[in-house]
Design a protein around this ligand. Structure first.
Ligand code: PHB
Length: 395
């Protein structure tokens, strides 16, 4: 004898049974079908817009080269324009982490915005791979197991240039930059290396980010008659600065040195004003390794553009994520194993192979480059395997 089911309830029971069966099938499938959720938090507007786009291009290109999958799983992308605005950073990071439930945040470019991302990601134990921002804190006092960087610390390129300028016998230098972490920490790195070798930074000039009213400051630099000038500018602001410097007639009068962001991804717009400028960076044109040659050819084909340092950093962020995802066959919930695998990876970057420091920052060569035409041509390795000192990081 079977139980009597009132006619009015029959559809409900059937539906319940069906949904139970479906749930079983779904859970058997979820592991394989679940996508890896990647959240881009990057500037898509403002002075750093081109940098954000290059990072996303590089990242997507690596995923495409793997057939669209990492660790055997498809990748789903989410995007937020962070506008290089630190005030909006906590809210924007929260959107990706809480609303979209991403497995990893790929962000960002601006050091001030990075501080907001790091804070929210640490509270939620979300994996972050920083594809540019140099904020020393992220791999210093605020370092964390879930915070990685595919780029550089602000200290690194500045330090490399400090060695070069001191090595040329320059004694008296004026610095000029935007007044925020990236500029100030680049100058600090420069000063540390330059003054350790007997040089002196006689004046540190700044203007608010992202202002481009350089005229009065350029006049002040000239009046101080230094042996050389060290600057940090990037993106749209770098284009304007290099042009203003040349227009003021100082290009052949006072040697201008900078971290390589001054002339990366900007040469078409800077034209003649940039010719001959020397900078230090962890990437350069003319490396002529098979790895770099292939990367550049593929990037040019895909995007009808030459790659720059930002594209390389995006590409390598994807390589780092791939190392973590492969180790857990795409199951990103195994956070400890993902982290261990990324820590141990040797990244086969177009810039040259690099490893990660204890604080999760690249240990990498810094090239001295010189602008020739549309290229930042490599002249030499300024500092080999330079590691950020990771002051204040306890990991
Ligand atoms: C930064 O804010 O850390 C930053 C921005 C642009 C660059 C480099 C560093 O090109």
């Amino acid at each position: 004898m079977h139980r009597f089911i009132p006619r009015s309830l029959a559809p409900v029971c059937l539906a319940a049974a069906a949904s139970l069966a479906m749930a079983g099938a779904a859970s058997a499938q979820t592991a394989a079908a679940q996508k890896i959720k990647v959240g881009f938090m990057l500037p898509y507007t403002g002075t750093y817009a081109a940098l954000g786009n290059a990072i996303e291009n590089g990242f997507r290109m690596y995923v495409q080269e793997q057939g669209g999958k990492l660790g055997g799983r498809e990748v789903e992308f989410f995007k937020v324009d962070d506008e290089s605005d630190p005030a909006k950073a906590p809210e924007n990071a929260t959107k990706l982490i809480k609303r979209d439930q991403v497995d990893v945040v790929i962000g960002t470019v601006h050091s001030g915005v990075q501080m907001g991302i790091v804070k929210v990601a640490k509270e939620n134990n979300t994996l972050v791979i920083i594809p540019n921002a140099g904020a020393d804190e992220a791999t210093g006092p605020l370092c964390g197991p879930n915070i990685f960087r595919s780029s550089f610390s602000n200290w690194q390129p500045g330090y490399a240039m400090g060695q070069v300028v001191a090595g040329r016998g320059m004694k008296k230098v004026v610095t000029l930059t935007w007044k925020y972490a990236a500029g100030e920490q680049s100058v600090k790195g420069f000063k540390e290396a330059f003054e350790a070798k007997g040089g002196k930074v006689v004046k540190e000039l700044t203007l608010p980010f992202p202002n481009v009213e350089f005229q009065a400051l350029i006049t002040e630099v000239a009046s101080l008659k230094p042996d050389a000038v060290f600057v940090f500018f990037a993106g749209g602001g770098a284009v304007k600065f290099v042009k203003d410097w040349a227009a003021a007639g100082l290009k052949d009068k006072i040697p201008l040195y900078a971290s390589g962001f001054l002339t990366d991804g900007t040469l078409e717009a800077q034209g003649a004003a940039a010719q001959g400028l020397e900078t230090t960076l962890h990437y350069a044109d003319g490396l002529e390794t098979p790895r770099d040659r292939n990367f550049r050819a593929a990037y040019a084909k895909a995007f009808k553009l030459q790659p720059d340092v930002y594209a390389v950093q995006g590409y390598d962020a994807a390589q780092m994520l791939a190392a973590g995802a492969s180790a857990v066959k795409g199951d990103m919930s195994k956070k400890t194993e993902v982290i261990k695998a990324i820590e141990a990876t040797r990244v086969d970057s177009p810039r040259g192979v690099f490893t990660l420091s204890r604080a999760h920052n690249p240990v990498q060569d810094f090239y001295l480059r010189k602008v020739e035409g549309r290229e930042n041509k490599v002249s030499s390795v300024a500092v080999k395997a330079l590691a950020d000192p990771a002051r204040g990081c306890r990991l």
